[in-house]
Design a protein around this ligand. Sequence first.
Ligand code: NAD
Length: 246
Amino acid sequence: MIDLHGAVALVTGGSRGIGRAVAARIVESGGRVAIVGRDGAAAANAAEELGGVDRAIGLQADVSQGQQVAAVVTETEKQLGPVDILVNNAGLARDGVVVRMSEEQWDTVLDVNLKGAFNTIKAVSRSMMKRRSGRIVNITSVVGLTGNRGQANYAASKAGLIGLTKSVAKELASRNILVNAVAPGFITTEMTDELPEATREALRDQIPLGRLGTPEDVAGVVVFLSSPLADYITGQVVVVDGGMVM
Ligand code: NAD
């Protein structure tokens, strides 16, 4: 049983999908969570469903905006206490082949998926350094390892997150702050619901475990990496993909 009693977590993009499952799992393990999302009402609803202010709060911020991120970290500290666990989960895709990809498509994806994680890490790490303790888990993707046609922007952002993870892991290790990444394969969420059934069928054929993953499959690993069970793991990328990429 993973025990996160007393811990405060901040989960970006925690109103739905993988982030919501992570927030729920942290609360089940005894921790308290600030759910940060672009849509403040959705974040507040998700927090309410997890048991309200004693367990979770919902805050609005666009992670690509450094000042908004700094403000929600301050608010979390005020309402729940200093952040012990940061989960960088907010992300989006704007797919297209490179020759037809606009600069705006490129910038949006890099700004949210990669700069967003830089913004949150910067906002929480000084306090973690002072307290000589902290966990950071970045949600990357298997396409950050393999690349993917039509996803140059997304794959670059996710590969960038892996470089960010390893660099920050090295910078913060002496202060007992552990930084890891989780790389999901194909997980059933609103992000993948947009795929046609034929594509989903073809994907299943590439997965040795024979099914798409669930948000809970990912959440379990994130919570493990956030817990004392993972006290000697840092700078790693844990792939959660049913064996698709070996
Ligand atoms: P989702 O679209 O259901 O959830 C993403 C969340 O991020 C949403 O709540 C959204 O509002 C939030 N978000 C987006 N832009 C934001 C911004 N600028 N500021 C704050 N919040 C923002 O997607 P999901 O499938 O749950 O994905 C979660 C993470 O997992 C993403 O980083 C995604 O890239 C990654 N991932 C997903 C899969 C998959 O198959 N679903 C696979 C690999 C990696």
